[in-house]
Design a binder for this molecule. Structure first.
Ligand code: MFK
Length: 581
């Protein structure tokens, strides 16, 4: 059938071609006719460049992601109305457009490679990255991407400021957001343990590109990355000088070209015995490279061949006597690295929401240029409905992300109330699990707004979808984080849920009059949720485990709804804020 059609098509083309030949005579090239926009007709040679036509779709342009983001600007006007912050983010947004975005593309096009041996057979274990990746490191230091969280220039709002900047950076940063997440997490761990590695802390939080270090976080071993307590086989041998030598195999190490790392291991006693389970795990830090450029007792087995995040090296490592320093108390490894998990889960959220915002911005821009069925995409109601739904998802996720950053900043500066501390513990896994999944859905839907072009590699759009897929996997999968929500409930004897309900009720009570329908809908969801929790708690705990994911999703949706209402009740709220709520 296909063959017949194409043969028929070819015959038709040949007949036309034949007629052209007859008309034009045999001595000159065959001519075609093209009707121009103004109705004029022009003749030109067939099978030449001119017959392909001169029409091309306009590409969506990246514009300053700060000035394009009304919600971010409104949020900062409401909570952090500081001229200096606004001016800095505006200038940084320009830098993203002018310089950073192209570097990010370069990182995607020149992925890292492993040089395991030099020409004469000696092992080198070098990870070769592209110049754009190095440039990202320098830009990250100059812009204080990690430093901003520790300088605390804006007091309790410093995390909101830092994460706002990161949110503008992440979608253009060629995955440099990953080493920054782990670097921030490592700095947080060192600070919370009372600075046992002060020099490393100073480097991790430096704005000087020559001094700035990035950190890795090597937790996952071959037995798996979720059940760290039983999956960790790495053994730490104490040396006479008080340092340790680590032997083990790390199965996933992200951004392995980092300067420094945190990792877990079991300390062996004088008989070589270790303690199993979580109680046997201790937290260590180590420099990854020696001053001679060689690894610190590490063999890089291979780089992972991944679906996305290809800009960044992820490696399997054999730790073969890596020299390391004990950071935590012995046996307190998991509890000590939990601070890092909090930070990397918040960074994950920022990357997820930033990816959603970026695809919505590009889709919106494209809708003002792409004409179809006689009018621009923006004039098609169904298209606008789709974009609006993406916008509401993105706004809701943004507000929950910012709320968690706000709570983190308050906790770190010692001004958080007990309720806020509980909320931070509960909402960190909730916001990570929800936004990680939503990023994939929103980016995937967003690609459709470009039709076939959304599926074409050199537009840069497919990489966004590939890179989004990891957000629900690393730093705890959706189910592991749902169980972490339950852990936070049981560890606090339910206080985290009490904090949740009282916070939500208080915010709904102060909602503006235009928001009555939204408040009614949320109140009814809230009572259904309360009933469900009471019923589940009275039953077998196994049921609670089965319900963990639905519970986490319900908490996320109710809380995002409440934050939309809260933001729309602010006196400076726009019509769009009210409409979204
Ligand atoms: C773009 C940015 C993206 C970021 C890039 C980063 C790339 C890195 C790639 C990776 O490495 S991915 C690795 C991902 N792996 C994980 O995220 C680990 C997933 N597993 C878990 O989260 C487990 O739940 C966990 C290992 C944390 C818990 O295991 P256990 O041993 O069953 O924990 P247990 O016994 O319940 O708790 C031990 C202690 O830790 C307790 O403290 P106490 O001893 O004081 O009571 C817990 O309260 C504490 N804890 C556990 N989870 C916590 C926590 N504390 C605070 N927050 C938490 N989330």
């Amino acid at each position: 059938m296909i063959l017949q059609v194409s043969v028929r098509g070819n015959l038709q083309a040949l007949r036309v071609f034949g007629r052209q030949l007859v008309r034009c005579g045999s001595s000159s090239a065959p001519l075609g006719r093209t009707e121009l926009d103004d109705g004029a007709v022009t003749a030109h040679p067939l099978f030449s460049r001119s017959t392909i036509g001169s029409f091309f779709q306009e590409q969506p342009l990246l514009r300053n992601p700060f000035t394009q983001d009304a919600l971010l600007q409104g949020y900062l006007r409401r909570h952090l109305p500081v001229q200096e912050v606004e001016a800095e983010l505006r200038v940084f947004g320009e830098r993203v457009v002018r310089e950073i975005d192209a570097l990010g593309r370069e990182c995607e096009q020149n992925p890292p490679r492993l040089q395991q041996y030099e020409a004469w057979g000696r092992r080198t274990d070098r990870i070769v990255t592209c110049p754009a990746w190095t440039r990202m490191k320098h830009i990250s230091a100059q812009e204080g991407m990690v430093a901003a969280g520790y300088e605390r220039r804006f007091g309790e709002w410093s995390r909101v400021y830092q994460m706002s900047k990161l949110y503008l950076y992440a979608p253009s940063a060629g995955l440099y957001s990953c080493p920054l997440a782990m670097t921030d997490g490592a700095a947080k761990v060192i600070e919370s343990l009372g600075m046992p590695a002060r020099e490393a802390f100073e480097r991790l939080t430096s704005r000087d590109e020559k001094r700035f270090w990035t950190s890795g976080q090597w937790m996952t071993e071959r037995r798996g990355g979720s059940d760290v307590a039983s999956g960790t086989e790495t053994v730490a041998w104490r040396q006479e000088d008080g340092q340790f030598r680590l032997h083990g195999f790390k199965w996933f190490t992200s951004a392995t070209d980092a300067d420094f790392t945190l990792t877990l291991a079991r300390i062996a006693d004088s008989n070589g015995h270790t303690i199993p389970g979580s109680r046997g795990l201790s937290l260590f830090c180590a420099e990854v490279w020696g001053s001679d450029g060689r690894t610190n007792g590490i063999e890089i087995q291979r780089l992972k061949d991944k679906l996305g995040t290809r800009q960044m090296p992820t490696a399997e490592l054999l730790l073969d006597g890596m020299q390391a320093q004990l950071l935590s108390e012995e046996g307190r490894g998991v509890a000590s690295i939990a601070n890092m998990l909090t930070l990397t889960r918040i960074h994950n959220t920022v990357s997820a929401v930033a990816a959603m915002r970026r695809i919505v911005q590009l889709s919106r821009e494209y809708s003002t240029k792409r004409s179809v069925f006689g009018k621009l995409l923006k004039d098609h109601p169904l298209h606008i409905q789709t974009l609006t739904r993406l916008e509401v998802e993105t706004r809701a996720a943004f507000l929950m992300m910012m709320e968690v950053c706000r709570l983190l900043g308050r906790e770190e500066t010692g001004v958080a109330s007990e309720r806020e501390t509980h909320l931070l513990r509960l909402l960190t896994p909730v916001v990570k699990l929800y936004t990680g999944k939503q990023a994939v859905a929103v980016v995937s839907e967003g690609l459709e707004c470009f039709g076939g072009q959304g599926y074409i590699e050199d537009t840069g759009l497919p990489a966004m979808l590939r890179d989004a897929q990891v957000l629900s996997i690393w730093e705890g999968t959706t189910n592991v984080l749902s169980l972490d929500v339950l852990r936070s409930v049981s560890k606090s004897s339910g206080l985290v849920l009490q904090a949740f309900f009282s916070d939500v009720e208080e915010r709904l009570r102060s909602a503006g009059p235009a928001l009555v329908p939204a408040v009614e809908s949320l109140s009814s969801s809230l009572s259904a949720l309360a009933k469900f929790i009471q019923k589940a708690a009275a039953q077998n705990p196994a049921i609670l485990e089965l319900a963990a994911r639905d519970l986490a999703y319900s908490l996320a949706r109710v809380y995002m709804g409440v934050l939309l209402v809260d933001h729309a009740s602010w006196e400076g709220a726009s019509d769009t804020d009210v409409y979204a709520a």
